[in-house]
Design a protein around this ligand. Structure first.
Ligand code: UDP
Ligand code: GLC
Ligand code: MN
Length: 340
């Protein structure tokens, strides 16, 4: 199995921590495949040394950045232009097949069976299920595909400014061509799914094989008290806190296996920023607590938009107030409020 690998990416030390937890979780579940991490020059030497303890290969790559601030603004993640760096994974041509996994994913059991799938296999994106999410995907390294992707990125760009928009345009027949390339959602269970479809999470969540801490706030942005098993975080980050059992699993792995290695290599654990609020979250998942948490973590939606005749006219004439009342953020809030 030396020609098959799990591959992840870190362009800084924070995502390096995520990669270490992911790598450890793959090892804990006894993968028989190689572990590879792509790192950019911004990753410190100490972090690279620790990564080398968990991963078989630490591969230095240059950062590829879409610099597409306009599209990135739509996903409210200006920092994700650097996810174009993921494309380097296709250059690992010494491997015949690989599984790419975001550094914010955590493996809950052995998932080596994914190597039976073909390029490009991935799970649906929770926001637009006819697109695949690029947090977990099966692919075949190939210099030819790599060059095509690089060319595609300069000529066509990405509709979300990151790798996911690009890869969905490149592998454009994913939604319809071959159902075997649709990974079950349990291979890429994202936090978003828990509050957008709680009953399904209650029904199927226990079968999860990979958790993806998709979104702005990552597990390493929280703090964890190993004695009380409490996560300390911003109470508004309902997406991670509605399923604290996964967050606690991430922190258990970090505390038990990763933290000692970091200390050994002189990498400090940054303190939490002030202004956070301690939440008492049981590490043992209990359904009641989950629903309670979900109902408590609602937010106040904006006041309903009164559509005056003039505003409607303007809207119909294509003169929406994109920067103000009709901003993407306001529309999204309205939709969220409606869905809630
Ligand atoms: N990534 C990185 N540095 C960054 C941003 C992203 O190394 O500054 C890598 C990392 O592997 C990460 C992936 O790109 O998991 C995708 O970004 P992220 O997981 O933050 O996106 P999300 O899944 O939240 O949309
Ligand atoms: C998605 C994916 C992530 C990707 C980002 C930008 O949310 O989860 O892997 O990097 O979009 O395209
Ligand atoms: Mn991710």
């Amino acid at each position: 199995m030396s020609d098959q690998a799990f591959v992840t990416l870190a362009t800084n030390d924070l995502y390096g921590k995520g990669a270490l937890v992911l790598g450890t979780s793959l090892r804990n579940h006894k993968t028989t495949r190689q572990l590879v991490v792509l790192v950019s020059p911004q990753v410190s030497n100490n972090m690279r040394a620790v990564l080398g303890k968990i991963f078989d290969e630490v591969v230095l790559v240059n950062v590829l950045d879409s610099k597409d601030s306009a599209h990135l603004a739509m996903i409210k993640r200006p920092e994700l232009g650097v996810t174009f760096t993921k494309l380097h994974c296709w250059a690992l041509a010494r491997y015949s097949k690989c599984i790419f996994m975001d550094a914010d994913t955590l493996v809950l059991c052995n998932i080596d069976e994914l190597f039976e799938r073909e390029e490009l296999s991935a799970a649906p994106d929770p926001g637009w299920p006819d697109c695949f999410n690029t947090g977990v995907f099966v692919y075949r390294p190939s210099i030819e595909t790599y060059n095509e992707l690089l060319q595609f990125s300069t000529e066509k760009g990405s509709f979300d400014g990151g790798d996911q928009g690009l890869l969905n345009s490149f592998f454009s027949n994913w939604a319809t061509a071959d159902i075997n390339k649709h990974l079950p959602f349990i291979y890429n269970l994202s936090s978003v799914a828990i509050y957008s479809y709680l009953p399904a999470f209650k029904q199927y969540g226990a079968d999860a094989k990979v958790v993806h801490f998709l979104g702005n706030t990552k597990p390493w942005n929280f703090s964890y008290n190993p004695k009380t098993r409490c996560v300390i975080g911003d109470s508004h980050d309902y997406s991670s806190l509605t399923h604290p059992e996964f967050l606690n699993m991430w922190w258990d792995t970090f505390t038990t296996s990763v933290s000692p290695l970091l200390t050994e290599h002189g990498i400090s654990k940054e303190p939490r920023s002030s202004g956070t609020q301690e939440l008492i979250l049981s590490s043992n998942f209990q359904e009641e607590k989950l629903s309670e948490a979900v109902s408590q973590l609602s937010f106040t939606p904006p006041p309903p938009v009164v559509s005056s005749e003039e505003r409607r006219k303007k809207w119909e004439q294509g003169q929406a107030d994109y920067m103000g009342e009709d901003s993407f953020q306001n529309i999204q809030k309205k939709l969220d409020a409606y869905l809630n």
